[in-house]
Design a protein around this ligand. Sequence first.
Ligand SMILES: Nc1ncnc2c1ncn2[C@@H]1O[C@H](COP(=O)(O)OP(=O)(O)OP(=O)(O)O)[C@@H](O)[C@H]1O
Ligand SMILES: [Mg+2]
Length: 253
Amino acid sequence: MAQSSAQTGAATTAGPLLAAENLNTGYGDTQVLWDISLEVQRHEVVAIVGANGAGKSTLLAALSGLIPAWSGLIRLNGKSITNKRPERIVAAGLSHVPQGRRLFAALSVEENLKLGAYTRRAGSAQAIREDLDRVYQLLPKLRERRTQLAGSMSGGEQQMCAIGRGLMARPDLLLVDELSLGLAPMVVDDILGAVDTIHRESGLSFLLVEQDVQIALERADRGYVIESGRIVATGTGRELLTSDRVRAAYLGE
Ligand SMILES: Nc1ncnc2c1ncn2[C@@H]1O[C@H](COP(=O)(O)OP(=O)(O)OP(=O)(O)O)[C@@H](O)[C@H]1O
Ligand SMILES: [Mg+2]
């Protein structure tokens, strides 16, 4: 995919692509995230790692407008997206591949991909066709499977399809929640290879959420460690991987 901020028409500013400042949120009366501040620069791959229940998916839900921010600020391309509707946030350039993939099992791969384009402003059939072709170029296995029902595909194929659907919105930033969950190591390698290709060829930024700390930090430019809803460490992927805190808490060393 070509440089996407030009495609989406989003303002390109000198600041970070995504910035969250002092974000607080939760469910009902229960606060889950506490004063979360983080940034993703253009063309960066950033990882968020942490244990079960740390608040990783909640953070992505807040960034993509699926749950409201109680306080704090979220900016994309310099503009506030705080508490905007999810479809407006997608249109502004942020696309979310949810944990568990959430494909429409009874629809084909191609139908699922097309649904990813639904918020697009220039949604002409021709533009959608071109985007489908681009997604098929980046993820050739999806082309082979385009008429197969999503529900009949393997977990790895479904994850590819979910990523492809996210790309159909022509995002500047793709949030991917638990890319590796439930997949065999070889399948994970395959999908990560696809992510590398997409990153290299499109310059797209990624925010990867992972329980598998090693997988995420190995390929991230930078990472954040989240514990009980708070960011407790940040640094380059390598710094975090070799830090005592991460080694002791997540790598069993
Ligand atoms: N829809 C919801 N309603 C109420 N509480 C929720 C909801 N979703 C998550 N929580 C709670 O918020 C906390 C953080 O959950 P979250 O799913 O964000 O963690 P996570 O880091 O993504 O965990 P995992 O690695 O298991 O996916 C947990 O205590 C969880 O029980
Ligand atoms: Mg989660």
